[in-house]
Design a protein around this ligand. Structure first.
Ligand code: PGA
Length: 237
């Protein structure tokens, strides 16, 4: 999956439009009407934890195993006495990807560079590909911390997610996204840099046309299956 040319990732966050099983079934049914599998585009859905198993079952039932699943976070701890935590081992085999260090978690859950690094380490240990979110304010410090931990950054996906563009309907300019994604690529050595922040069907192809950008992390727009299918289709243009 990570070898695809483009990776389009849906981050369902805690949105109430896709919070229950029946909504998830309806979402998938609608999405599959428009979705046509492509060898160059990988699609990843990151639902909340409680829908992970159900969605895996739904994908199998619909013969849609070309769609991968991810989680929106992972514990900094390994398995053990950690009430309320979900460790990487617990979702091994269920999730292929994990969004880590999202700015909403930095803001609301006190996430730090060090904690994100611990989570990345756990993810890699369980064979889960981390999608490490970065805002300009901590690109260098987070990358530095990952390097200090001796981790292989080339195996990771990074998402440049400018805080001001997330959920605001004000995406970063394409020029600036390309420039900063290029910087993330240079510092990390990873080939996989996504852009995220108010991505919609009408702007997706502009970002995907940039040399340093190899995919998208989509929040709000991913809760609408027709809109998300259009975003995925724009990677095939
Ligand atoms: P948005 O969120 O698409 O709603 O701006 C992106 C994200 O937070 O990953």
């Amino acid at each position: 999956m990570v070898d695809k040319e483009f990776l389009i990732v849906a981050n369902w966050k805690a949105y109430d439009k896709v919070a229950r099983q029946e909504q998830t079934s309806a979402w998938l049914e609608r999405f599959l009407v428009q979705f046509s599998q492509s060898p160059k585009v990988g699609v990843v859905i990151c639902p909340p934890y409680h829908l992970l198993l159900f969605l895996r079952w739904l994908l199998e039932k619909n013969s849609a195993s070309a769609i991968s699943l991810g989680v929106q976070d992972l514990s900094q701890f390994s398995a053990g006495a950690h009430t309320g935590e979900v460790s990487a081992e617990m979702v091994q085999g269920l999730a292929e990807f994990a969004i880590l260090g999202h700015s909403e978690r930095r803001r609301e859950a006190g996430e730090t560079d060090e904690r994100v690094t611990a989570k990345v380490k756990n993810a890699l240990g369980a064979g889960i590909i981390p999608i490490v979110c970065l805002d300009e304010a901590y690109i260098s410090s987070q990358i530095e911390d990952l390097k200090k931990a001796g981790l292989s950054l080339a195996e990771m996906v990074f998402a440049y997610e400018p805080v001001a563009a997330i959920g605001t309907g004000k995406p970063e300019t394409v020029e600036s996204a390309q420039k900063v994604a290029g910087e993330v690529k240079r510092q990390s050595g990873s080939r996989r840099i996504l852009y995220g922040g108010s991505v919609a069907a009408q702007n997706a192809h502009h970002y995907l046309a940039q040399e340093a950008i190899s995919g998208l992390l989509v929040g709000g727009a991913s809760t609408d299956p027709a809109e998300f299918a259009r975003i995925v289709a724009s990677a095939n243009l």
